[in-house]
Design a protein around this ligand. Structure first.
Ligand SMILES: [Ca+2]
Ligand SMILES: [Ca+2]
Length: 231
């Protein structure tokens, strides 16, 4: 006979040793992989019925917004100005941090050593949560003093991927603990510096400066989605 018709049954099916090897490997894959997939599936289901306690892989994101407020006062040399900002609980949002910027810009005189400066101290006793007070000094040449007070620990608004944690774990991590509302009192004492007063050349000198205290409250709500594992 001619061609393939003369081959044995095994020769027809497998053709060669190499073909047999491919067959065996294929059969192993056909058995092992469905078993692997069903094991993985039952493992994922078994840890919590898809409820909030189930551990998984999540894409964690934040919807962010700012609450801002500012007030400006003119202060004389040695005068203290008390700046008040009352923060109410934002609806359905957490407080990430509060940034306080004290700014002033003295352009009344230009000689060396004539730039006004400020001493700043806070009183957060009216704010919910046991916050440490801040203090600092700076020159009236733009932003003189900046404080950042963290309310949600570690929060900076960056999205990330969390693996091996539950929905509950993520929600409890990103939480301001109900802190941050209330009166964010910031007191500024002005130090006016001026050129020497010499008769008609500089009859009055620099007497005061405008100071602005601005608060920026970074608020957010949590947004996360489960990531499908690609196998
Ligand atoms: Ca000055
Ligand atoms: Ca001034």
């Amino acid at each position: 006979m001619v061609g393939g018709w003369g081959m044995s049954l095994s020769e027809k099916m497998f053709g060669s040793q190499r073909a047999i090897t491919i067959w065996v490997v294929s059969v192993v894959f056909a058995i092992v992989f469905p078993a692997y997939f069903s094991y993985m599936a039952s493992d994922a289901d078994g840890s919590g019925d898809g409820a909030s306690g189930a551990k998984g892989k999540w894409n964690v994101d934040f919807l962010m917004d700012n609450i801002t407020f500012e007030e400006t006062m003119s202060l004389n040399d040695g005068e203290q100005g008390d700046f008040y900002f009352d923060l109410e609980r934002p609806e359905d949002q957490m407080i990430g941090y509060v940034e306080i910027i004290v700014s002033c810009n003295d352009n009344d005189d230009t000689g060396p050593g004539t730039n006004d400066d400020v001493d700043v101290a806070t009183d957060f006793s009216g704010v919910e949560g046991a916050l440490d007070d801040e203090s600092g000094s700076g020159t009236c040449f733009g932003d003189a003093v900046t404080f950042t007070i963290q309310l949600t620990p570690e929060w900076n608004g960056s999205s990330y991927i969390a693996d091996g944690v539950s929905k509950d774990d993520i929600e409890s991590k990103w939480n301001d603990g109900g802190n941050g509302t209330g009166e964010w009192l910031t007191s500024v004492t002005m130090n006016v510096n001026t050129e020497p007063i010499i008769g008609e050349i500089n009859p009055i000198g620099d007497e005061d400066e405008d100071v602005t205290v601005s608060w920026r409250v970074a608020v957010y709500s949590l947004e996360f989605t489960a990531i499908e594992e690609e196998i």
